[in-house]
Design a protein around this ligand. Structure first.
Ligand SMILES: Nc1ncnc2c1ncn2[C@@H]1O[C@H](COP(=O)(O)OP(=O)(O)OP(=O)(O)O)[C@@H](O)[C@H]1O
Ligand SMILES: [Mg+2]
Length: 221
């Protein structure tokens, strides 16, 4: 088994604020890592850099063997489309498309043949317990269902790396519990490496490893 993620001395500065201060970390294939730490410590900045949504000012970032710090815009777009799944705190489903059409989007971007798309999207919805909601519009779902649909969309193209930023942050306890069961199932049944930022002790406890951050640095993990 190799390392899905390798960061070496990564620094990111925002107009005077050192959001990441020389972060070095390795995450093995298929690990499920929880990133914890107080507000403002750099968790989302770390996730954005892993997701190719932001670039470090210095240091090196490798994901699945790709040097993200040196990649051009086209290579980063290709990386995001083919190897990455992202779940944000606020669901980000497209309101005019049905649930199953939302889940098909990553397959469309990855160039999967149309005739395979529906079956794969329905299988991903089944994994998160939402097969019966496939034809609903997002506004017809509860918050917890929307977030599980967002997880199905992030996973449908079988990404090498799944990133989630506070996926239970907007959910009540019952829905957070249900989403956690989905994350645990993904960790045990799929090949995807998972990095989940969370303030929830219960979510962090699901992970195989915890990385704690403080003031832009990894304090332990
Ligand atoms: N676009 C930006 N412009 C300026 N400063 C930023 C920007 N993004 C983040 N920062 C600053 O960088 C630091 C780290 O921010 P980051 O969003 O990574 O924190 P976080 O750990 O995700 O916090 P939270 O738990 O509140 O989401 C903070 O001090 C923040 O104010
Ligand atoms: Mg954040």
């Amino acid at each position: 088994m190799g390392n899905m993620v390798k960061l070496a001395a990564v620094t990111r500065r925002y107009s005077g604020v050192l959001a990441l201060d020389g972060v070095s970390v390795e995450i093995a294939d298929r690990e499920f890592v929880a990133v914890t730490g107080p507000s403002g410590c750099g968790k989302s900045t770390l996730l954005n850099i892993l997701g190719g949504l932001d670039r470090p000012d210095s240091g090196e970032v490798f994901v699945d063997g790709i040097a993200l710090h040196a990649a051009g815009d086209d290579a980063l777009t290709d990386y995001r489309r083919r190897r990455l799944g992202i779940v944000f705190q606020f669901f980000n489903l497209l309101p005019a498309m049905s649930v199953v059409e939302n889940v098909e989007l990553p397959l469309l971007f990855a160039g999967v043949p149309r005739r395979q798309m529906r079956a794969r999207a329905l299988a991903a919805l089944d994994l998160v317990g939402l097969a019966a909601r496939a034809d609903h519009l997002p506004h017809q779902l509860s918050g917890g269902e929307m977030q599980r649909a967002a997880v199905a969309r992030a996973l449908v193209h079988e990404p090498a790396l799944l990133l989630a930023d506070e996926p239970t942050g907007n959910l009540d306890t019952a829905n957070a519990d249900r989403l956690m069961k989905v994350l645990a199932k993904i960790a045990s049944q799929s090949l995807t490496t998972m990095v989940v930022v969370t303030h929830s002790e219960a979510v962090a406890a699901l992970a195989s490893r915890r990385i704690h951050m403080l003031d832009g640095k990894i304090s332990h993990g």
